[in-house]
Design a protein around this ligand. Sequence first.
Ligand SMILES: NC(=O)c1ccc[n+]([C@@H]2O[C@H](COP(=O)([O-])OP(=O)(O)OC[C@H]3O[C@@H](n4cnc5c(N)ncnc54)[C@H](OP(=O)(O)O)[C@@H]3O)[C@@H](O)[C@H]2O)c1
Length: 350
Amino acid sequence: MERVKCAVFGATGVVGQNFLRLLVEHPYFELAAICASDVRIGQKLGSAKEQVVGGIPAPFADLVFDPVDVNVLESKRIEVAFSGLPADVAKEFEKEAARRGIKVFSNAGAYRMDQNVPILIPEINHPHLALVREQETPGFIVTNANCTATGLTMALLPLLPFGIRKLVVASYQAISGAGYPGLSAMDIFGNVIPYISNEEPKLRQECVKICGELTGGEIVPADWQVHAHCIRVQTLIGHLLSVHIELHAAPSLEAVQTAIMRYQSPPAVVGLPTAPDRPICYLEQMDRPQPRYDVMLGTPERARGMAIAIGRLEVEENIVRFITLSNNLVRGAAGGSLLNAELAYRQGLL
Ligand SMILES: NC(=O)c1ccc[n+]([C@@H]2O[C@H](COP(=O)([O-])OP(=O)(O)OC[C@H]3O[C@@H](n4cnc5c(N)ncnc54)[C@H](OP(=O)(O)O)[C@@H]3O)[C@@H](O)[C@H]2O)c1
């Protein structure tokens, strides 16, 4: 079967390099072009600095950087662009790419809140992919959520049937969430920074859009109150969240525990190459989840880092509390975007 030709934009970044890793021998997609900033044009990918564990995959080392230019994509018959571009660059490029027929799967925040652009997390809202038909361009843009919003909304999945009223969240976010080179060591080493620019508004807006209902070609956001403090800590990978949820119902601890432990992906997602067999792992040990041990959860091998962890579960009347951990670079970025593209492929949109 012929694979769909794809490109990775921002291929030297921490998200971009995770795309490269996940695209090795991918059954649906063939990596045929890479881009980063202009200074890279004409250089080989193998000459770039390795930002992620495992480094630059050997099969792609001889690929040469192209300019961020839709004409180049067309000449290489690229159908899918995976974007790990900064939001300002993405804003210019992604719309033009969609206008010229490219299907863009983006990690950037530039278009997430556009009415016709889904923030897709297939396990939660796979029907939202239908929104791309409203975009009126030959191509389209599908975004994935901010990395913190991804982990939070996935952890809420088993609780949706109990009816959510209010969320109070505090995050402990890894340094890699700020990209490379990210924060200065002088700022973060031995420190905790109680503010991440624009993160709390993103968390508030994106969660309710992701969990909203698609009716009549529009998403009606969930009607929850979301309160958040987003905090940077000196871990490398993995955003840990302390979550406090007020529900409409008052379930027992056993009922909530069972809902989390038995949670299974919807059939629309099952069997996609990057879909984890179990997207939510419940950890009973009192001192878990921890970024050091739990950030690469997920089977099969291709889905490592795609499962989130929940631990420290407590239920008191209609209040549920837990700690959750997700991999910001895999589930919260490259892996999530790739899963979105796999869903689009399965649905015949590519
Ligand atoms: N890090 C995360 O956990 C995470 C999670 C979810 C979403 N995101 C989003 O994903 C995107 C990438 O994040 P990241 O953490 O991978 O950032 P990063 O490590 O800073 O990488 C940025 C990439 O964009 C390229 N780039 C920068 N300016 C460019 C320009 N003017 N033209 C073309 N390419 C340019 C860089 O190329 P050079 O190396 O040549 O400069 C690099 O490849 C951002 O929009 C971010 O908000 C990040």
